[in-house]
Design a protein around this ligand. Sequence first.
Ligand SMILES: Cc1cc2nc3c(=O)[nH]c(=O)nc-3n(C[C@H](O)[C@H](O)[C@H](O)COP(=O)(O)OP(=O)(O)OC[C@H]3O[C@@H](n4cnc5c(N)ncnc54)[C@H](O)[C@@H]3O)c2cc1C
Length: 362
Amino acid sequence: MSTWPQPVARLLEILDGLGDHTGELDDVSAWPTKSLRLLDEAGVLGWVIPRIYGGEEFSGSALIEGYLNLARACLPTTFVLTQRNAACQRFALSENEPLKQELLPALTDSDRFATVGISHLTTSRQHLAKPVVAVEIVDGGFRLDGVVPWVTGAAFADWVLLGGTCDDGRQVLVALPMDSEGVSVLAAESLLALDASQTVPIQLEHVFVDQSRLVAGPVEAVMNSGGRGGTGSLGTSALAMGSGAASLDGLVRETQRRPELEKILQPLIAEQDAIVADLLAASGEQVSSTDPVFSNESLRQRSNSFVLRASQAYLAATKGAGFTSTHPASRAVREAMFFLVWSCPQVVVDAQLREFAGVADC
Ligand SMILES: Cc1cc2nc3c(=O)[nH]c(=O)nc-3n(C[C@H](O)[C@H](O)[C@H](O)COP(=O)(O)OP(=O)(O)OC[C@H]3O[C@@H](n4cnc5c(N)ncnc54)[C@H](O)[C@@H]3O)c2cc1C
């Protein structure tokens, strides 16, 4: 029996609607306004917000089940949701109570949007000698300068959970109001996929951020707090598996007319079931995160490998028709590539490169 989790009733009502819009989102000028409204209707936007601030306080396997189902219906919208949720989760972890009271209740619906600009503290620009966002501690707050390389939905955001580094190496996270003086949203580069995430750099020129906007720090390695969240978290694997499931849905449709594809489909379904079962076990905390099978890195590595192969199997089965740019198979292949670069710890990148190189021990 399949281990794929059944969506809860409120989610089930919106999945078809999300799926109907997903093709329109493969466009540089798109932003998932309608889809975010659907998430709002189903109560999804409050999922990670603690109950005392008006949310549902989902965590663990409930959140992973939700992400699996949402990403299967529409990866771009679900990706945007994860960036919003990453900001909300960090706000919720903060010890700054007045800030939490201001931001978290406001983020339970689709009227306000928050996102993150933090990857330059973890996976981006790590080879550069100088941090890309410099923080100076000044009277009453912080002064920020630099370019934040990746901010999903920056132009639509009210606040960005933003990281920066002080001269002494300590780091801070702040809730940057996007209408602050000195903040510029730079032009978007066209992407291989997920253009509707409207991911762009933002420039900071002597931006003053009041002390009251401090989320965490100053401390060394500010991103290291926060449990199993963060870079290469189980949530990122859930999105990869949801995207892979959408490819298998397409392959199932092909197989209905061409039974010879059954022998390709069945092993992929078995692999999907095994990874999803382990992902749910890891997120339910029935197993230890130090057990290598259930570590974030091992699950992300297996999920990456799966989504890449599932999407290519779908494309190969749909032949030249699938290669046309508007066919869901060609979109699935491009979207699968995202997992090679998004929130991908170096150990996962290395394993992926070894798999590509065909060397053992991958
Ligand atoms: C669509 C999309 C949306 C994203 N959204 C967000 C978001 O909302 N918030 C967020 O915080 N992050 C976001 N990210 C960032 C993401 O999580 C990764 O951090 C990012 O993809 C890492 O890529 P990079 O080019 O910045 O890496 P870098 O490591 O900076 O690599 C850039 C270039 O530097 C060179 N280079 C790399 N390593 C070395 C080295 N060791 N020595 C010499 N040269 C080197 C290579 O030429 C490489 O192409 C997003 C990314 C994508 C693609």
